[in-house]
Write a protein that binds this ligand. Structure first.
Ligand SMILES: Nc1ncnc2c1ncn2[C@@H]1O[C@H](COP(=O)(O)OP(=O)(O)OP(=O)(O)O)[C@@H](O)[C@H]1O
Length: 350
């Protein structure tokens, strides 16, 4: 399915208010972007990093921003945050135009870009957390409990009095995350928050983020190449490619927009000759035999599936189980952007 077909088959990118609680319908959008465009360079080879992007994010929602390298995610986020000056378009945060009243617009916004933020390496972990609370306009003592809780959750309690420069990169990142999550911000941007995090910390991040969203109605935009995190925490996913939005919907709707086109069969007696015939006639995406059971994954439509089962019946192959393979977010992403999500090389932000 192409992105155009997808767009036709599902909702339009701006039609995002469905399923929102009624009491929120009159609130201004947490983030409203209209016609955002940003070009880099000039002359023969300008790059349109963001191409007429419009987006409305409701308060209390967690939105995943996905796209292959160079899709325009970071430029979109930096334009929303006022770190990049767009060539066209408007950005409003909680109803306030960032070009007209930047201080007011960004007063309740916090961000962690490129997997970390500029912690002060000579200060201890706790001093950093207190420092960022202060510059965020919060009395540090009033959020000390949050800091303790987050340090504990991220396994950093023992490091609270250690200078940040003596921590590993992953630990530094956890300090950055703790300081964003402990802030009183209404809107947070997390760019590659799980980059370099161990599995347990990644799970902690998911749990803490969902808890804060439920308790405080936080709005979060998460740019990530980590599909599992996006699937786990995001209500909605925006996929960008070549500076444009190619899909904007819930994970469930995105999956539904892509018909199942693969089947998984298991058999205790699939012989090599039949397997070779199946491989000749069908698109076998996986075939593994373990402890006498062969698992076969075949990409085909339902007609192809009936042909396949007829062939197996002819050859007296027993089928132990048959299941459809549901597309996951990764499949949707690959279909829309033509790219595989690989790891992000990221690099240290310093
Ligand atoms: N400061 C800059 N000067 C020139 N071109 C830039 C600049 N920043 C970004 N670009 C270009 O704009 C396009 C979008 O880049 P951007 O960093 O927004 O993509 P991205 O989706 O965040 O990618 P990644 O997943 O690799 O972080 C790319 O072609 C990039 O090379």
């Amino acid at each position: 399915m192409t992105s155009d077909q997808y767009a036709a088959a599902t909702r339009s990118p701006t039609d995002t208010d469905v399923e929102r609680p009624a009491d929120r319908s009159t609130e201004p959008a947490a983030i409203a972007v209209e016609g955002l465009t940003k070009r880099f360079g000039s002359g023969d080879d300008p790059v349109t990093a963001v191409d007429d992007v419009s987006l409305r994010i409701d308060p209390g929602s967690v939105v995943g921003l996905l796209g292959p390298n160079g899709a325009g995610k970071t430029t979109t986020i930096k334009s929303i945050l006022g770190m990049v000056l767009p060539d066209a378009g408007t950005v409003r945060i909680q109803g306030v135009d960032v070009a007209e009243a930047p201080r007011q617009a960004y007063a309740r916004v916090d961000a962690m870009l490129e997997g970390a933020r500029n912690d002060y390496w000579r200060l201890t972990v706790r001093e950093n957390l207190r420092y960022f609370a202060t510059i965020g306009g919060v009395a540090p003592d009033s959020v000390a409990d949050r800091h303790d809780r987050l340090l504990d959750q991220f396994g950093l309690a023992e490091k609270a009095d250690v200078p940040v420069r003596n921590l590993s990169r992953g630990m530094k990142q956890k300090v950055s995350l703790a300081s964003v999550l402990a802030s009183d911000a209404d809107v947070v941007f997390l760019d590659e928050p799980t980059l370099g995090l161990d599995v347990e910390s990644s799970l902690t991040l998911r749990r803490e983020l969902r808890r804060i969203v439920e308790e405080r109605g936080l709005t979060a935009v998460i740019s990530s190449h980590d599909m599992d995190v996006v699937e786990a925490v995001c209500d909605r996913v925006v996929i960008m490619n070549d500076g444009r939005i190619v899909a904007d919907d819930t994970v469930a709707n995105l999956r539904q927009g892509f018909e199942t086109s693969a089947f998984r069969l298991t058999s205790p007696d699939l012989d090599a000759d039949t397997l070779a015939t199946v491989r000749d006639r069908f698109d076998v995406t996986d075939a593994t035999t373990r402890e006498g059971t062969t698992t076969l994954e075949v990409a085909t439509d339902s007609d192809g599936f009936y042909e396949l089962t007829a062939l197996l019946r002819e050859r007296n192959v027993t089928l132990a189980s048959v299941a459809t393979v549901e597309p996951d977010l990764e499949d949707v992403f690959v279909e829309l952007t033509g790219e595989n999500e690989t790891g992000h090389d990221g690099g240290d932000s310093r």
